[in-house]
Design a protein around this ligand. Structure first.
Ligand code: NAI
Length: 400
């Protein structure tokens, strides 16, 4: 069949299996030729491994110098009679196939990382088929819902401000328009729920479960990812509901760090750059900032995508061969350092001052933004001939 992009709002309803494969191969190719990880981990569990920062982490740790065996957990759909499935399913498949060619173990668990059953399956696999333990756990889940571990009731996050509402612009990827909207102010319950979905609670539960089952190796490390941004976006993110969740994530890292110390290990949060991912396009009023940021950082020659960020994180900040992890005074690893440079922020601010619904495509890097979004779903890649039919039979009977 011939597959075309179908976008509804901020969601891609189709994905291109061949394009997804090419996008993962590009990431592998990038890390092979970048500065390599030194003395990296060998047995890695990635929670949220199929796209964005989690996929890039996995690619970096397998192909960027560490040659790590990896287990990936992700919530994705495979092809069936109803549809093509989701990009992350094809990404996971390509990752496994390429890792296996290198003689690396790459096990995919496709399902709900919040379910006790998934945790048990992962632990059983580590015990029986993965050498008994992991020396790194990456927590990179991004989701809007999480079941309450005690009651099973669904908790939903809200992408809202705290204190007072805010008017802002958001890109509509379906109509290629910049639309004005009001970001409502969250209630106390909404703040609490967002913290429970996107804060550190589930990360801590995973670590506790892995620890209780004796599958964390001595010296095991764990990382989760965060965003802070600059004062331009504070009202939207850092001081909003998501920021509250991230603060909880940061304090969870400190609690986990003490726990991990018992086995000679560590827990850290890496603060990353604002990028286009399946999750981030949902954050209202963030897109004008990202459009301006991309334009500025590309013009300055310092733009990075997820894969560049993750390879720099691991090869420069964590496994540089120096034996220590670079952090700021709050114990955070800052790969958002280039985004937050004063010269970058000054230029971004100037662009935003002159950006409106009529000129955002010229003032900001909408072309780059949209291309990144299409690439996430296997579209708009130069190497792929989209007029060629995709043989879906190759995919229907295999597991990723
Ligand atoms: P993403 O949407 O690209 O990836 C999320 C991953 O979580 C996917 O692999 C998905 O399958 C998995 N997932 C979601 N729900 C799941 C479930 N119930 N069970 C199993 N897997 C599940 O998101 P992105 O942007 O890479 O986010 C990862 C982390 O990075 C988040 O903590 C996010 O806040 C953080 N971050 C993102 C930034 C951005 O600009 N995108 C910037 C800085 C930090």
């Amino acid at each position: 069949m011939i597959i075309q992009p179908v976008i509804k709002g901020q969601v891609a309803k189709t994905c291109h299996p061949v394009g997804c494969r090419e996008a993962v191969l590009d990431q592998i190719n990038y890390v092979r030729n970048a500065q390599q990880i030194k003395e990296g981990p060998k047995k890695v569990l990635v929670l949220g491994s199929s796209s964005g920062f989690g996929l890039a982490s996995r690619v970096s740790l397998a192909f960027g110098g560490a040659r790590a065996d990896t287990i990936g957990v992700a919530f994705e759909r495979g092809p069936n009679e109803k549809g093509i499935g989701s990009a992350g399913w094809y990404n996971s498949l390509t990752f496994r196939e390429e890792a296996e060619k290198e003689g690396l173990i790459a096990k995919n668990f496709i399902g709900d990382a919040f379910s006790p059953d998934m945790r048990r399956q992962v632990v059983e696999y580590i015990k029986n088929e993965f050498g008994g333990s992991v020396d790194l756990v990456i927590y990179s889940l991004a989701t809007g819902v999480r079941p309450d571990p005690k009651t099973g009731e669904m908790i939903r996050s809200s992408l809202k401000t705290v204190g007072s509402p805010l008017t802002g612009y958001t890109v509509n990827l379906e109509t290629d328009a910049l639309e004005e909207g009001v970001l409502d102010c969250a209630s106390e319950q909404e703040i609490e729920d967002t913290v429970r979905v996107m804060g550190g609670e589930d990360w801590a539960e995973w670590i506790e479960f892995l620890s209780d089952n004796g599958v964390l190796a001595n010296g095991c490390q764990t990382f989760a990812y965060s965003y802070i941004g600059s004062d331009i976006t504070y009202r939207i993110y850092h001081e909003g509901t998501l920021g509250r969740a991230k603060k909880h994530l940061h304090s969870t890292a400190d609690v986990l760090n003490e726990k991990m110390a018992e086995i000679g290990g560590t827990a850290h949060v890496a603060v990353c750059k604002a990028l286009v991912t399946k999750a981030s396009v949902f954050i209202p009023a963030m897109s004008p900032y990202i459009l301006a940021l991309f334009r500025v950082m590309k013009e300055m020659g310092i733009h990075e995508g997820c894969i560049e960020q993750m390879q720099r994180l691991f090869s420069h900040c964590v496994y540089s061969g120096s034996g220590h992890i670079c952090t700021d005074e709050d114990r955070l690893i800052r790969v958002d350092d280039w985004e937050l440079r004063a010269d970058v922020q000054e230029k971004v601010r100037k662009l935003l001052d002159g950006m409106d619904g009529a000129n955002f495509m010229q003032v900001g890097d909408y072309e780059g933004y949209k291309k990144d979004f299409l690439n996430l779903n296997g579209f708009s890649l130069e190497k792929v001939n989209y007029s060629e039919p995709v043989d879906m039979n190759r995919y229907v009977s295999i597991n990723p």
